[in-house]
Design a protein around this ligand. Structure first.
Ligand code: G3I
Length: 379
């Protein structure tokens, strides 16, 4: 569907209306990035922006540098990007007293040159913790190190960011901790208050950024997903009731064909409860694993596209879903084909993203475009 002038103007009108309980994303950031989307009328960001939705994707500095063709696809299809690595502790902070913003600054430069938005990922996460930080935690200095990290990093990009994943994957009900919290180094050393402290420190460093709590396995009709949804609702209700500056829930949406039952009504009921808290909802790491399917690529592509379509139809029916990012655009760089627990048993590359490894659009691309075209305009 080509975007007519009417839909483009409709998108701008939809984009100009405030949504939910949200800080401005930088100085007029959201409107600027939605306009960037509308300027890319043939790309996924154009289909999204016509309904007042920001579409983007995960990028990596080394990939954008090594693969200019992929960089072109990103600038054609995205209005927002999120660094897959460059704003995590290992890349940013090789030691307690040294910060290295070079790679993340290059990505910021890329977005500013292309007129795209940038979202930060992630400030507090139990994965990829540098050994030096583990030693600092053992020495009783974790709070100091986390507070100074958030203040310095968020401050460095203040006024430039769409949003930050302040806390990532804080839930793990199977750990048996109160509130279903993950029994991480942060919980052990700092107690459950580490989440609130992170949000308050980030809000102080950049009052203009949207602050997000990001989580996986919230999507399906499955007991583990249900317990995570209940735990997340309780956590968000507590944070919001105490005036903690959380503005959005990030639903990672690492989907998989054929693994669990998808119930659109169940997802929409959950999204409605989050919306009632005055929060925006971001779909933050969308991709579809096809490892359970037989090798035939045409059948896999069709099934992956169908799952994108049914998930996005349910998610986008909720107007508080304002932002959608895939975790990459091309199968060539997808974590689904590199991380052992995600790979297909037959060793074939996963075909879970909108473009194949030769940057050819797949049915998934069209399914995402169609989902945006059918979505209600945001107001
Ligand atoms: O680029 C180097 C390469 O040069 C080297 O040969 C190779 C082997 O050591 O490592 C490569 O770096 C890896 C990088 O991914 C790029 O593939 C890092 O070791 C590896 O740790 C890194 O993993 C990333 C992971 O987060 C940890 O940061 C994945 O790409 C990234 O997709 C994944 O993303 C997470 C989100 O942050 C949170 N939600 C889940 C999601 C998937 O796990």
């Amino acid at each position: 569907m080509r975007l007519t002038r009417r839909t483009l103007l409709g998108g701008l009108a939809a984009a100009s209306l405030p949504i939910g309980r949200a800080a401005a994303a930088g100085p007029g950031g959201r409107q600027r990035w939605l306009k960037a989307g509308l300027d890319r009328s043939d790309g996924l960001a154009g289909f999204a922006a016509a309904k007042g939705i920001l579409f983007g994707t995960e990028v990596r500095d080394e990939v954008l540098t090594a693969d200019p063709a992929l960089a072109d696809v990103v600038t054609e299809d995205a209005a927002l990007v999120v660094p897959g690595l460059e704003l995590k502790w290992p890349a940013l902070r090789p030691s307690a007293d040294r910060y290295d913003f070079a790679a993340a600054d290059r990505l910021l430069q890329f977005t500013e040159t292309a007129g795209l938005g940038l979202r930060g990922h992630t400030l507090v996460w139990h994965e990829v913790i540098p050994d030096w930080l583990k030693r600092e935690a053992e020495a009783g200095r974790l709070k100091q190190r986390v507070d100074e990290h958030i203040a310095r990093v968020v401050g460095h990009y203040a006024g430039k960011m769409h949003s930050w994943d302040v806390a990532n994957e804080v839930l793990e009900p199977r750990h048996g901790q109160p509130g279903g919290l993950r029994n991480s180094m942060f919980l052990k050393a700092l107690g459950p208050g580490y989440i609130e402290a992170a949000f308050r420190t980030a809000a102080k460093a950049d009052p203009g950024a949207l602050l997000c709590i990001n989580e996986y396995d919230l999507e399906y009709d499955h007991p583990q997903h249900e317990s995570r949804r209940q735990a997340m609702l309780a956590l968000l209700t507590d944070l919001v009731s105490r005036g903690v500056p959380v503005h959005a829930l990030g639903i990672q949406a690492h989907l998989e064909v054929g693994k669990y039952r998808f119930d659109p009504g169940l997802l929409r009921a959950f999204l409605a409860k989050v919306t009632k808290l005055g929060l925006q909802i971001f779909i933050t790491e969308l991709d579809v694993n096809d490892r359970a399917l037989p090798p035939d690529e045409i059948a896999r592509d069709r099934a992956v596209a169908a799952h994108y379509g049914e998930f996005l139809a349910a998610a986008l029916a909720e107007p508080a879903v304002t932002t959608v990012l895939t975790w990459g655009l091309s199968d060539k760089y997808s974590w689904l084909s590199t991380v052992s627990e995600q790979r297909r048993a037959d060793g074939r590359p996963t075909r879970g993203l909108p473009y194949d490894e030769n940057l050819i659009r797949k049915p998934a691309w069209q399914a995402i475009a169609d989902a945006f075209a059918k979505a209600p305009a945001r107001s």
